[in-house]
Design a protein around this ligand. Structure first.
Ligand SMILES: Nc1nc2c(ncn2[C@@H]2O[C@H](COP(=O)(O)OP(=O)(O)OP(=O)(O)O)[C@@H](O)[C@H]2O)c(=O)[nH]1
Ligand SMILES: [Mg+2]
Length: 328
């Protein structure tokens, strides 16, 4: 029993140990965790207890489960893509989600703050992208549902701390994912098919790059990684490179924004249609209305520098930012 805890925490621990039903155990354990002072000396204890709490909750759900009940990690996709922020403890994952989305996960200067995933929406150029804050990757135990959330993601942001030991953090995270058969999409060629890996697009964020003072550290990091990883320096605190970060996330989702232009009127740039990269006029027409898809007579495109109202065929491939006038 830890003896350096305040009396109310010890009392809560005693009640937790005495609890007999799962529901009681959950309630008393939550209380116990809430009373443990948050500092480095209690990190492991808190991480351990949260693991126990998750297991108890799973057991309790398993009992109640009649139909299939969703876990906290089953988050419906919203917006144009689901982007999952992962990484070791205390690197700034929650701070990022709090800074660029409408969600407000707890941010604190000690590790293991977050213990349940929290989604929020980030706007980039009138497009909404879903960002999900997650609990830290933990050598000892990663919830299977968390791994599935990563496998399903349209993009994974692996955050490391430029002020910590970024290479070690990256290697540990990659090894942990590898043990769970998750790997980086652009390194797919290196893997043996028999390992049945799931490949996910990933972008590494080197956070806490607060000012020019860290640029050299970042360059060294890039050299050590030998250009193998898509990596971006950011600072959530000072906002450095956050706009570039948003643009990069948008680009990695492989979607384009296309605007309609009613004949003789200006397009509404606040309301893009979002399509997969490579979509054609025909795909766009089908998205706008099925009448357009079936009875399309002509289409004109403004955009990409070379199209200034030119007529194009149904199989014309659109680019991000194109304005299209459809006629039936
Ligand atoms: N200097 C600096 N500190 C940062 C930056 N981003 C976050 N922090 C600080 O880092 C600490 C951890 O931030 P969190 O967002 O709670 O980290 P986390 O990765 O969510 O941590 P866990 O939930 O424990 O996994 C807090 O004290 C933040 O204020 C940054 O860009 N620069
Ligand atoms: Mg957090």
């Amino acid at each position: 029993m830890p003896t350096n805890l305040p009396p109310d925490a010890l009392e809560a621990e005693r009640r937790y140990r005495a609890a007999e039903t799962i529901e009681d155990k959950i309630a008393t354990l939550e209380e116990y965790i809430g009373r443990i002072p948050k500092h480095k000396g209690t990190d492991h204890l808190r991480a351990d207890l949260r693991r126990k709490l998750s297991k108890l909750k799973e057991q309790s759900q398993g009992r109640k489960r009649t139909a299939k009940q969703a876990s906290a990690y089953h988050i419906d996709r919203e917006g144009v893509g689901q982007v999952v922020v992962i990484g070791p403890p205390n690197v700034g994952k929650s701070a990022l989600v709090a800074a660029v989305t409408n969600a407000s996960p707890e941010v604190a200067d000690y590790p293991f703050t977050t213990w349940t995933p929290i989604p929020g929406m980030m706007e980039v150029g009138h497009v909404q992208i879903q960002l999900i804050d997650t609990p830290p990757l933990n050598e000892g135990f990663v919830e299977p549902d968390m791994l599935n959330l990563i496998r399903r993601a349209d993009l994974v942001l692996l955050m490391i701390d430029l002020e910590g030991s970024p290479i070690q953090q990256l290697e540990d995270a990659v090894a942990l994912l590898d043990r769970n058969r998750i790997a980086l999409l652009h390194l797919q060629d290196r893997y043996d098919e028999e390992r049945h890996m799931t490949f996910v697009p990933m972008l590494v964020l080197a956070n806490k790059c607060d000012d020019e003072g860290c640029d050299e550290d970042f360059e060294v990091l890039c050299e050590l990684l030998e250009g193998e990883w898509p990596i971006l320096p950011i600072s959530v605190t000072t906002g450095r490179h956050l706009e570039r970060f948003k643009q990069t996330v948008f680009e990695q989702l492989d979607v384009i924004r296309v605007y309609t232009k009613p004949p003789g009127r200006e397009p509404d740039f606040n309301a893009p249609y979002v399509l997969k990269k490579g979509s054609t006029i025909q795909d766009f027409a089908a998205r706008v209305h099925k009448d357009f898809a079936e009875n399309l007579k002509s289409a004109r495109v403004w955009g990409s520098g070379i199209y200034d109202g030119q007529m194009v065929a149904r199989d014309h491939v659109l680019s991000d930012g194109d304005v299209v006038e459809l006629r039936i």
